[in-house]
Design a binder for this molecule. Structure first.
Ligand code: PLP
Length: 422
């Protein structure tokens, strides 16, 4: 490691997200049909959606001019102008936002958008204290955790926990605990939240916007699962845009993760900076996702498909998964599932769990059920004695229903035996 720079030491060695992606990838590559994969953020293969992408590919492939354009041309670093225009017009029609292509940039997936944005805003800063990214609520997406190239920059806020019924709970933002000092350079959250499936309310979002504006820091909202596409929000929620905000989107959860296409909506100055970072780090982005989806932005199908096909699909899957999980755990085990508000996950809380969630993960892995231990998602929190951090699991329900049912049954057996002994 002596040969590595600070950048190298932070990015070229092991990381939580790296280990996770490898673990999941290895399990899939082993081709062991008995593995229950409840781990990744993989979207489901929804037949109507997969067919649509296939049709779009065929349309492009059957037109030599389009094919040459998509495969043979570099894009400008902020993305294809026609695509950026189509996206801006789409959001203006959907929500009345006064934006143009100057407010839109394309990145290599939402993950890269965050890498560039967070490092441009926070971290080590000449002659100043290290600049922080405030997470107004924790747990939060593990993919952010290791992204800093300079200093650990996350400062997370513990959530409020509302327990409802026998087996449900919901997180809320603890505004009293939210401290913004001069070192905070940005706030960020995912809505819906990966891992908890929480959707912070319209009122909470409005308050955050006000707080961010008052502190003169950007509020970055990650809409990877959100509105208007793929629309994996099961109740009502209203998206908001303000020039002080940075909104990120992705084609991945629409079923196009292989195209690596992220979209950022922000003030023109932010877009120019992203464009510059794109040029330096990668020259240009992948054209394919833009080419496949542009007509769907132009016809508003990105929104209608999300509303009429994708959202009902995941809502039904979530409810089914919740039912199976509830049936598989003994009723006297004090388990709680986060209210299922969106994204692709159940977030299971096991108060008083006799072992850590990581140990439970290991046990499940031995039984060929892959989940994600919740502790990964509590980065940036000061309180490392907080029991809750080691009592949660993230369970993805996007896999085949038979596999999911089997995995949840095994999970229930493990949990029941742990609480019986205790
Ligand atoms: N944000 C959230 C909350 C995610 O869950 C993910 C992927 O799982 C991403 C961003 C990044 O996705 P991509 O880089 O494929 O757009």
């Amino acid at each position: 490691t002596e040969q590595l720079s600070n950048f190298g030491k932070r990015l070229a060695l092991d990381s939580g997200i790296g280990e996770l992606m490898r673990d999941l990838g290895d399990a899939l590559a082993a081709g062991d049909g008995n593995i229950c994969m409840l781990g990744g953020g993989q979207p489901s293969h929804i037949p109507a959606i997969d067919e649509l992408w296939q049709r779009r590919l065929q349309e492009i492939a059957s037109d030599p001019k389009q094919t040459a354009r998509v495969l043979g041309d570099y894009d400008p670093p902020a993305g294809d102008a026609a695509f950026r225009k189509a996206v801006a017009a789409f959001f203006s029609r959907q929500y009345g936002w006064p934006i143009t292509m100057e407010n839109v940039a394309v990145t290599a997936g939402g993950q890269t958008a965050f890498f560039l944005l967070l490092n441009a805003i926070a971290g080590r800063c000449e002659g100043q204290p290290d600049r922080k990214v405030l997470l107004p609520i924790s747990p939060e997406y593990i993919g952010y955790a290791d992204q800093s190239v300079s200093s650990d920059f996350f400062q997370a806020t513990k959530p409020l926990i509302e327990e409802t019924g026998d087996h449900e709970f919901k997180y809320g933002i603890d505004f009293d605990a939210l401290t913004i000092d001069d070192s905070v350079a940005a706030m960020c959250l995912s809505r819906p939240t990966n891992p908890s499936s929480n959707v912070i309310s319209d009122e909470e979002l409005s308050r955050l916007i006000d707080i961010a504006k008052q502190a003169d820091v950007p509020l970055i909202v990650d809409n990877a699962y959100g509105l208007p596409f793929p629309g994996a929000i099961f109740g009502d929620a209203i998206p908001q845009f303000d020039p002080s905000m940075v909104l990120t989107y992705s084609l991945s959860k629409m079923g196009l993760p292989g195209t690596r296409t992220g979209i950022v909506i922000a003030a023109p100055k932010v877009i120019e900076r992203l464009s510059s970072m794109n040029a330096i780090s990668s020259l240009a982005n992948n054209n394919l996702g833009q080419a496949i989806t542009r007509p769907l932005f132009e016809s508003d199908q990105m929104a209608t498909l999300s509303r009429d096909v994708i959202r009902p699909y995941y809502r039904q899957r979530a409810e089914q998964a919740r039912q199976w999980l509830t049936e598989s755990i003994d009723a006297d085990v004090p388990f709680r599932i986060h209210r299922c508000e969106g994204a692709f996950f159940l977030w299971l809380w096991l108060p008083g769990l006799p072992i850590t969630s990581q140990e439970l993960y290991e046990r499940l892995k031995r039984r060929k059920v892959l989940v994600i231990s919740g502790h990964h998602f509590f980065f940036g929190l000061e309180d490392d004695q907080w029991q809750h951090r080691n009592e949660c699991l993230r369970l993805s329900y996007t896999t085949d229903p038979d596999v999911l049912k089997r995995g949840l049954k095994i999970l229930g057996e493990e949990i029941n035996s742990l609480y019986r002994v205790a």
